[in-house]
Design a protein around this ligand. Sequence first.
Ligand code: PHE
Length: 453
Amino acid sequence: MSDFKGNREHWASRVGFILAAAGSAVGLGNIWRFPYMTGEHGGAAFIVIYLLAVFLLGYPLMVNETLIGRASQRDPVGAFKFLSPGRSWWLVGALGVFTGFVILSYYVVVAGWSIAYIYKVFIAVSTPGINHEAVFKSLITSVWEPIIWAAVFMILTISIISAGVVKGIQRWSLILMPILFIIILILIIRSNTLPGASDGLFYYIKPDFSHVSGRTFLAALSQAFFSLSLGMGVFITYGSYLKDHDEIPGSNGWIITLDTLVALMAGFAIFPAVFALGFKPAAGPGLVFITLPAVFAQMPLGIFFGVLFFILLAIAALTSAISLLEVVTAWLMDEKGWSRKKASILMGIIIFIAGIPAALGYSIFNGFSFPGLGTDILDTYDWFANCLFLPVGGLLAAIFTGYVWGTKQAIDEANKGKTGLAIGKFWSFLIRYIIPLLIFGIIIMGIYDSFKR
Ligand code: PHE
């Protein structure tokens, strides 16, 4: 295999890498999924378990995947081939590419709803007495609307990816991430200055462990993997665009912190307003599309804040979707020698087509469900990707470094950079023993509990 180091694109700055990777991490997972998962799994008790999953499992695994990418300078499949030639470990990378394909196929559907809501929320909030549930239902049960919006979103994603690592991904992350941060701050201030906001705050930060079961742990683990974009090669791919002496453990620390901060901030923006205006928190996936428009309708300047919120959601989704498409694109470029344009456009179209069943899951394919594995087609894609493929991908990548590539090699790779944190024996201990055991245990326990329900 030829050496890619010569002509491979690299991030133009440390901030470029941090914001691009944080852009991947911060997405629908933080703003759409995290608040309703928190609502469904008992508020702050879920958050405590989630934070443990992020720092104990998420951080070491993010470092691990970034190192595999940087050391190999290759896409996820090529990375394992390079570090362990002639063995079957490349299958772990292939699972990652496949998972990226699956996640992106339904991610564009929900992202499409977000774009549609930039104007739907405008109508919903300005029409007195409108039924907000009916507005959402009419969007998702229509045959063409979800498909058209998903297509619009996919075209945006493809156009960024086809422009390249620096001119596409890095450029747009540097523009969009600060905007996202400002919008969420504005929403937090609005939400917490409503009369009665403190009830929501209380619900959000007071743990109630009576709802905790095996499913809660699996939910927190899969949420952490999804939110941090772990277990499927995003960090291998983005890590492969780092230069030889770029610092890694400190940058990964920044990325984890930003992602967790935005998830927590989304809760601080949503729950106080929900409680202040007399709504229930545990509304499931409809929380941001049904409950929030109703909340905006009762809020002074609600139209403005409603539109702002859905712009936020669409921006967050876009910087994540590009990382999903980049994994698949990088694989075709490195392994099959395709051009960036051809790979991104063709795969974008194929993934979009694969997502059509999820887009039609509430109209033509309504009622299709798999007991224990989600309530509809989109939910089933989500279950397989998040409860199974991501944790298994992260687990195998840890075993690979722990027992095949070697944690000593990995640590040397990590500590090449001059500044920032250094990792050592404790990291190695987590990667070799604690993380594999914990992930394995949680997957088994969670699957058992999901089917027992
Ligand atoms: N992290 C993204 C989010 O929170 C989703 C994602 C998962 C992106 C896996 C890439 C890989 O929305």
